[in-house]
Design a protein around this ligand. Sequence first.
Ligand code: ADP
Ligand code: ASP
Ligand code: MG
Length: 399
Amino acid sequence: MDIIVQKYGGSSLAEDGQLRAVAQRVARCREEGKAVVVVVSARGKTTSQLLARAGKLNSNPEHRELDMLLAAGEQASASMLSLALHDLGHEAVSLTGPQAGVKTCDAHMNARIKTVDPERMLETLEEGKIVVVAGFQGESPEGDITTLGRGGSDTTAVALAAAVGAGRCEIYSDVDGVYTADPRKVPDATRLSMISLAEMKTLAHHGAGVLNERAIDYAIEHGVTIVCRKAHGEGGETIVRAEPGLGRSRIVGVACHDELLQVEFDESADHENLHERLDDLDIFVPELAEGESGRYLISIGQLADDEGLANSIREEFEKGVVVGGPIASVSAVGYKAGSEEGAEDIARKELESEGIAVHEVMRFEHAVTCLIDCNAVERAMQIFHDRFEITDTEVADVA
Ligand code: ADP
Ligand code: ASP
Ligand code: MG
């Protein structure tokens, strides 16, 4: 079987017309003879709306119950796409994450995929049917439904591609690939034709929301190539693949975290429990120095309930822990940004010369980052984008 895995994000399924257009695209693939697995996200802003409604009913909702609620958003999408495919004369079967064999850990609201049992999907494909899977969800060891954290449908798609042996996973969104910066913030950003999985991981870690960082981790671990394309209208693509030499000495783009929660601690804090409390989250900068003071920076965008988290930390850790912020980060990403002499000085100087206060400069292996005020993010992105030399690598260069 020639299996193809495609994922369509929520913004590409918001209107009924968009959902029908996605059904047509999927149908065309099937008509070309491919076996198709489609992963879908909740339509439009469904997830955020469900969270807001839960918050109105209960100021401190239990995460298990939230998972039950949020998973319904993706399930509705899967069923609706399946219905639209039937209307086009195709056989399609919608499956929840658990029905598709997605097993996760038990960290409600931010679970990690442990394994995927592809048997039911493969049987359904063998019968000639299109498989439509609700992204962003799985089943915990206790048999409860879990969700994978904001943006988690990307991870479902990569995990399913690995499980059914597709080798390549197509991710469709409202942008036709990975750009040198978020095109909403930097209008003259350009599309990259290729980016290595390692570079993409760093870009995602530093805040580029076009692909979920955990999806990249999964792709690295299981050797999956990702192709990013636009769901509607004409456009190009970006190939994200394992390629050790790819872009080794370039800067690939700039990224930012619009808002970071700062959890600061001193030597009197209960480090072990604080670390455990935050363990399920994806921490942007963990700086845990045993017995000393330090700080965690956590992207607020990934949190379902940042105020709830801040309040619960304040309540649980009365001594030595201060929740502050928010603060923002802007990063130049690429091996070169992390290795070039003086990159920190350049980063600081470029922002300060434009009147942007730099609270701190940090150097990582593949990035240089400035912490700045939240209201300066867009200007700082544009400045980094203008001043750092960003290079694309053509497919031919690495073939
Ligand atoms: P979906 O709903 O399909 O999952 P997302 O909103 O998660 O889509 O991701 C697409 C968005 O990612 C784009 O609209 C864009 O604003 C944003 N984005 C952030 N950084 C980048 C980047 N480097 N390249 C392209 N898009 C980016
Ligand atoms: N619907 C979920 C979210 O809004 C998952 C996803 O879109 O990938 O975060
Ligand atoms: Mg997304």
